[in-house]
Write a protein that binds this ligand. Structure first.
Ligand code: ADP
Ligand code: MG
Length: 324
């Protein structure tokens, strides 16, 4: 039976690349780049709450890191180092091999180094802490949106939530549609390169983990302003386009897409389009920041929609599966 130390050595120890000291000692030693400040974020994935216990461990490894990379993307920070704390019910080596493959290959792809963590027995729980760097004073914060800013989103929304509906048996998707949506749900691609491009162009940003309405709502609350968005402008996942009654639940209130929502002055439109193009990422202008508090979603006739939909809130009512 492998000990905790064997498991760490086998699955989570790689030679240090940029860390002065990586996995293996009481603490890692890191040397931040002069002129940069640290951006640090933690996210926990709990079995039964954020994933199903029998989910593919490789995809889980990917997602556990991806959601943390996404938080740094939303700050325009460059991810550098990561810590991984695992509670495992058993030392299941097949699970650990898959999980570490998913986690470490994404880490490699984004140039992030696993420098430490903790491994303990307990109900399956994955806790990741990520450290990145951003030019001092330049991070994209939730409290910096301004009246008159354009509101943008990256990519397409609703695919992940539609995949979840399919998994839960609430919607039946065709084979290819299910594959596309489940890939959005299980293997999100964090928008790190776009985040870096937005430094100096955007005022505020957030990653869409709980749904556009909820996450844009956080920017509005922190910036103490309001917003108007045009429903028809919201870019939706291709498989959602044949399901108009699910657009509200999936693209506006559905979480897990890990796209960026950001606000930027109108005179940066062309530079933003060019910057997004440079990193091969679609960005779409969906609305504008206004002085009156609150969030209005307008239909094609310019009528304000009633918004019974909120995003996911772990301690509130859960995501209603309703549409218009
Ligand atoms: P300590 O008892 O000093 O806390 P641990 O036995 O918990 O040390 O961990 C030994 C080393 O392995 C430490 O450097 C720790 O950061 C690292 N480590 C433990 N678990 C993980 C993990 N899941 N991924 C990466 N590093 C880990
Ligand atoms: Mg420890």
């Amino acid at each position: 039976m492998a000990s905790e130390f064997d498991l760490i050595a086998r699955y989570f120890t790689r030679p240090a690349r940029t860390a002065a000291l990586g996995v293996g000692d009481d603490a890692a030693l890191l040397r931040p780049t002069p002129g940069m400040e640290l951006a640090i974020s933690a996210d926990m994935l709990v079995s039964g709450q954020h994933f199903f216990p029998d989910d593919d461990p490789e995809k889980l490894g990917h997602k556990a890191l991806a959601v943390n990379l996404s938080d740094l993307a939303a700050m325009a920070a460059l991810p550098r180092w990561v810590l991984l704390s695992l509670a495992l019910p058993t030392a299941d080596e097949a699970w650990l091999a898959g999980f570490s493959r998913g986690f470490l290959s994404l880490a490699e792809a984004f140039g992030v180094e696993l420098v430490g963590g903790d491994t303990t027995r307990g109900p399956l729980n994955i806790s990741v802490t990520i450290l990145g760097e951003v030019e001092v004073g330049r991070a994209l914060r939730r409290d910096a949106a301004q009246v008159g800013d354009d509101i943008w989103v990256s990519g397409e929304l609703g695919g992940a939530a539609l995949g979840l509906q399919h998994l839960l048996g609430q919607t039946r998707l065709s084979g290819p549609a299910a594959a596309a949506c489940l890939s959005r749900l299980h293997e999100p691609i964090p928008r790190v390169a776009l985040g870096r491009e937005l430094l100096g162009l955007a005022h505020a940003a957030i990653d869409i983990s709980d749904g556009l309405l909820a996450d844009l709502g956080h920017i509005l609350e922190h910036s103490q302003i309001g917003a108007r968005i045009d429903l028809a402008a919201v870019p939706t996942a291709p498989d959602l386009q044949q399901l108009p009654n699910l657009i509200g639940a999936c693209a506006l209130a559905g979480g897990d897409d890990y796209e960026l929502c950001f606000s930027a002055p109108a005179n940066h439109r062309n530079r933003i389009l060019a910057a997004a193009d440079a990193v091969s990422t679609r960005v779409t202008r969906i609305g504008v920041m206004v002085p009156d508090r609150g969030l209005k979603v307008l239909d094609e006739q310019g009528n304000s929609l009633a918004l019974p939909l909120t995003g996911y809130d772990h301690f509130g009512i859960s995501q209603p599966a309703m549409g218009w």
